[in-house]
Structure formats: C-alpha cells, structure tokens
Design a protein around this ligand. Structure first.
Ligand SMILES: Cc1cc2nc3c(=O)[nH]c(=O)nc-3n(C[C@H](O)[C@H](O)[C@H](O)COP(=O)(O)OP(=O)(O)OC[C@H]3O[C@@H](n4cnc5c(N)ncnc54)[C@H](O)[C@@H]3O)c2cc1C
Length: 259
C-alpha cells in the first residue's frame, strides 16, 4: 500500500509567534521549525498501516527551506521518502492554493491512501484535507480516531460528539486523523542516521504544472484584511456574600444574558 502523508512543518512550540504587520503573515523565516505534532501522528498512523500491510510512506510538505528539519524527523521516524514543495512563488498561498499544490504533488506519486491531520497546529483552519480530496477526486474520510484497512476497503471510527461513527470507503481515499489517534514514536539513532540517506524530492510550482497566477499571493482568493491582539481579560467581579451574594450573582448572570 502506498501511503502519502501531508504534514506541515511549523514554527517550534517554543517560538513566540509574530505576525508581520505589512504582509499580515506569520513570520516563519529565521525561527526554529519542527514537524507539526499533528503531522507526526499522521506519519505514525501511516507507519503502523505499512508495518501491518506492507508498502511505503511518503511525506509531502509545502514550506520554506527551514522545513527540512521536520522532513528529516518524519524520515527518522521511518517514512520511506519525502517530497518538499519549495518555491518562493508559493509564498502567500491561501488554503485553496495550498491544497492545489499538495494535490498536484500527490498526483506525481503512486498512492492508495492520503493521510492528513485534521488541522495544523499553527493555522488550524481544518479546510485543507477536504480541498485536497476534491482535487484528487477521492472520498474524504474525516475525524478518524482509528483506521483499519482490509484489501481495498478502509474503515474508520469517526469521532462524534457522543462517541464515534463507523465510516467505510474504498481506496484510494483521503483520511484526516484526529489529534490523539496515537502516540507518535520518537526517532531512534538508527532512524536518524538512515534518514540522512533517504530521498527528498524537491518540486517547484512549475514542476507541478501550476502557473504563477494559480498559486502564492497572486492566486490567493482569501485576503487577510486586519489583524489585532485579542482584548486583555478584564479583572473579574468579586461578590462578597453578606446575605445577598446569591442574588447578586443571579442579577449579574441576568445582566450578561446567561440566564
Ligand atoms: C492571504 C494568505 C497568505 C498566506 N501566506 C502564507 C505564507 O506565505 N506561508 C505559509 O506557510 N502560509 C501562508 N498562509 C497560511 C496558509 O494558507 C495556510 O498555512 C495553509 O493554507 C494551510 O492552512 P492550515 O494550516 O490552516 O491548514 P489545515 O486545514 O488546518 O491543515 C490540515 C492538514 O492539511 C495538511 N497541510 C496543510 N498545510 C500543509 C502544508 N503546507 N504542507 C503539507 N501538508 C499541509 C496537513 O495534513 C494539515 O495537518 C497564508 C494565508 C492567507 C489567507
């Protein structure tokens, strides 16, 4: 089974995220990067499936050159190879542009199953997996908290508010996995050493047959209009109970229309 994992490489959790006031984009250059923990779970799920059924796991990421560190982490975990879409022309892509690029890169590989994380840990729009499935023309099976494959059939437990639904699809398909689906393995020394020899294919937008006006800032139909800091939390109201505390709380809740 050929599995593609779409995984984002993001500013490390130790980095204080800054937004460039001019471009209104997250400052990604010059900060430490890591494989998104959500993507690590997607890689782990791919590895577990290939350990059971055989096959390959290919990580695909779109990102700046600093993304290499995260790609190497996935390879050290055990992914077979990787694809890096690396091109200044794709900077400024919105979610649709991102999905277009990732789908074009996936189409250049043999694949039976695409695994994404439900949402990334930095932008978490949660839109990209559905859009990739659309461009690939395969069913999206989402919010998976357990995956089983039998022949060309995939069955997932789809997380719901009250428990889970069982959803089946034939392959090829795209699965978006929920956070907490597994505990990703830590790369071992042997894996780290062998990762250095594994193939990372690098594509530009042109390699993927995408014109400059289809991707990046030029192709983006989403525009960030304003950004601002969340308002500071106001100090809480202290109610001292001198016999009327309950009434004061009820009046307060009525005032803010909670009751
Ligand atoms: C106007 C505008 C300009 C932007 N400019 C930039 C920019 O210059 N650089 C930039 O990095 N972002 C930029 N962004 C943000 C960019 O659109 C999102 O990072 C990207 O579309 C993914 O969105 P998300 O992380 O919310 O995806 P989600 O839908 O939350 O991601 C879900 C899953 O999709 C897959 N996925 C998503 N993105 C990638 C990826 N890059 N590689 C591999 N798999 C992926 C992963 O499996 C991920 O877990 C811009 C956004 C806007 C609106």
């Amino acid at each position: 089974m050929n599995i593609i994992v779409c995984g984002k490489v993001i500013p490390a959790s130790s980095v204080t995220i800054e937004i460039d006031p001019n471009t209104k984009r997250m400052v990604r250059k010059g900060v430490t990067h890591e494989l998104d923990p959500a993507a690590a779970s997607a890689v782990e799920e791919g590895l577990r499936l290939t350990e059971k059924h055989g096959g390959t796991v290919t990580l695909i990421t779109m990102g700046i050159s600093d993304a290499t560190i995260g790609i190497r982490s996935a390879l050290a975990m055990g992914a077979t190879s990787a694809v890096h879409v690396l091109d200044d022309a794709v900077a400024g892509s919105d979610t649709l542009g991102t999905a277009k690029i990732l789908a074009a890169a996936i189409k250049k590989q043999p694949f039976d199953l695409v695994i994404c994380a439900t949402e990334s840990s930095d932008s978490y729009s949660g839109i990209v997996p559905g859009q990739i499935a659309h461009f690939l023309g395969v069913p999206p099976v989402t919010f998976a908290k357990e995956i089983t494959v039998d022949g060309n059939q995939i069955t997932i437990r789809r997380q719901s508010e009250t428990g889970y639904d069982v959803v089946e699809s034939t392959l090829p398909a795209l699965v978006a996995v929920s956070s907490g689906i597994n505990e990703p393995r830590y790369p071992q020394l042997k894996g780290i050493m062998s990762a250095k020899k594994k193939e990372i294919k690098v594509y530009t937008a042109a390699d993927l047959g995408l014109a400059p006006d289809q991707v990046g800032e030029k192709g983006a139909r989403e525009k960030v209009l304003t950004i601002g800091r969340a308002p500071k939390r106001e100090a809480g109201k202290v109610v001292t109970d001198e016999g009327e505390g309950g009434k004061q709380i009820a009046d307060f809740l009525a005032e803010i229309k909670v009751i």
